[in-house]
Write a protein that binds this ligand. Structure first.
Ligand SMILES: Nc1ncnc2c1ncn2[C@@H]1O[C@H](COP(=O)(O)OP(=O)(O)OP(=O)(O)O)[C@@H](O)[C@H]1O
Ligand SMILES: [Mg+2]
Length: 477
């Protein structure tokens, strides 16, 4: 049995290898409660791994179990998505469905989300390849930098071969002038190498030959026009100007960075990256469609907004499975997993067009947050609010200590304001905390004493007045 220690999980296992239980455990570190939603997400993700292990003739027929997360505002829907995205080694895109109804997106087809997802996959795979070649690239760059720092003598043949034993030795008996010069050169080079590795030469200036990359910025067409053609104008223009070179002075530090980028580009086969990226999008891409309730409703929108039903109809083929043209090639969307989320305050999932409803067979509801949840949200998650404020003030040597009854009191105030004004879920904690710590945040470095203790009485003194006055709390909290 493998035991994963806390804190290691982030780096050690990746979403694709995680069991549903592990996925939930990972989400638990950041999102309080919402057990059902976490479980549903975990199952959907795991099913994709299961599918990939099936014989191909069966795998093609297993459709992703798309789901809708329903829950009022501020209860953790987007937070779950954000956390998934961070732990995911699948291409993951979060997009607001409502943006497709906005003015200005008219005509910007929803297919752009598949293109964006493909871009993400390309970056991801490119990064993986960069990691693979990093060591080699570093060695190559080191040689290049040494060449710049100490230009090799003419007619020297053994430039890159170096005899480690030659390092610290006294000059040996010299046979020819030529070899002495070579040896001396080699020794100096190795000394420089050692200094370079120690970072002692970082600020030295060197002259580097760089390929001209600048080109006049001309807006050639609207974003969708260029996208449609499947070409990236920047890349195209970039390669047109690539022939030119010029010398530029920079520090060793900058030169390393610059040469590394060039080396990586040289060592990586972008065609291969593109193919792998498309494969990964098709097999394990995830799209999180946030704010889906904003496009529910069948009546067509008034004014310049694109009709909501129209957007649903545009989304439908993508969710059902179609082929989208990207600049890296055709992408099939059949097995991309869609997780939708919405508050559904006004509209209901039943207001989505029937075809779309059918493509989201799994529904999970997120629970409203209780006072108890608030207490936990304040303190438990990895970067919980209280911890954030403590860390921020600690940068100015101020230590804030919260007593337990202070936390109780903050949670209670938050729940009360949510009840009396509008229920904005855990977001209320942020406004409350901001108000609570206003004084301390302002005084900051001038604060005396440096150890501040926040107890229920302090919370009361800072908040009670505002909370009591409904009009005031409407504006301030
Ligand atoms: N269950 C929870 N556990 C921890 N933090 C939470 C939880 N619910 C909400 N939060 C915090 O509250 C804030 C808002 O949450 P989130 O963005 O997930 O809301 P939402 O459910 O997507 O709401 P909306 O419908 O308005 O988009 C975030 O900062 C998040 O960290
Ligand atoms: Mg949200």
């Amino acid at each position: 049995m493998v035991i994963y220690l806390e804190g290691e999980v982030d780096e050690e296992i990746r979403l694709d290898e995680m069991t549903p239980r592990q996925i939930v455990a990972e989400l638990d570190k950041h999102v309080v409660g919402q057990r059902n939603a976490k479980r549903a997400v975990a199952i959907a993700l795991r099913n994709r791994i299961r599918r990939q292990k099936l014989p191909p003739e069966m795998a093609v027929d297993v459709m992703p179990k798309n789901m809708i997360m329903i829950g009022s505002t501020g209860v953790g829907k987007t937070e779950i998505a954000r956390r998934l995205a961070r732990m995911s080694n699948s291409p993951f895109l979060k997009v607001e469905a409502s943006k497709f109804t906005e003015v200005g997106y008219v005509g910007r087809d929803v297919e752009s989300m598949i293109r964006d997802l493909t871009e993400i996959a390309v970056d991801m795979i490119r990064q993986e390849k960069i990691d693979e070649v990093a060591e080699k690239a570093e060695l190559n760059v080191e040689e290049q930098i040494l060449d710049l720092l100490l230009p090799p003598p003419r007619a020297s043949s053994n430039l890159y071969e170096f005899d480690p034993s030659a390092g610290d030795q006294q000059p040996s008996q010299l046979e020819t002038k030529e070899s002495t010069r070579d040896e001396q050169f080699q020794r100096t080079r190795e000394k420089l190498r050692a200094q370079l590795r120690d970072g002692k030469l970082d600020n030295r200036l060197v002259e580097v030959e760089i390929r001209e990359r600048n080109f006049p910025v001309i807006e050639l067409a609207g974003p969708q026009g260029v996208e449609e053609m499947g070409i990236n104008m920047k890349d195209m223009l970039g390669s047109m100007f690539q022939g030119r070179t010029k010398n530029r002075k920079m520090t060793v530090d900058e030169a390393i960075e610059h040469l590394m980028a060039e080396e990586e580009e040289r060592l990586i086969d972008m065609d291969q990256v593109a193919r792998a990226a498309i494969e990964r999008v098709e097999q394990s891409g995830i799209i999180f469609l946030d704010e889906i309730d904003k496009i529910a409703g069948r009546e067509s929108g008034h004014g310049p907004d694109v009709s909501r039903e129209g957007v649903q109809r545009d989304i439908l083929p993508i969710v059902e499975g179609t082929t989208v043209n990207s600049r890296y090639g055709m992408v099939r969307t059949d097995h991309i997993l869609f997780i939708a989320a919405g508050a559904f305050h006004v509209s209901k999932p039943a207001d989505l067009i029937p075809e779309l409803q059918g493509r989201f067979p799994i529904r999970v509801e997120l629970e409203s947050l209780t006072v108890d949840d608030f207490k936990r949200i304040l303190t438990e998650p990895k970067n919980a609010l209280i911890k954030q404020y403590q860390a921020m003030m600690a940068t100015e040597e101020v230590n804030i200590d919260f007593t337990e009854d202070a936390i109780d009191s903050i949670a209670n105030f938050a729940a009360r304001v949510n009840e009396n004004t509008e229920n904005i879920g855990a977001r209320r904690l942020q406004t409350i905390m901001e108000k609570l710590l206003e004084e301390i945040s302002f005084e900051g470095p001038d604060l005396e004493p440096k150890d501040q203790r926040i107890d229920a009485a302090y919370v009361d003194s800072m908040l009670a007045e505002t909370v009591k006055d409904q009009d005031l709390s409407r504006y301030i909290l």
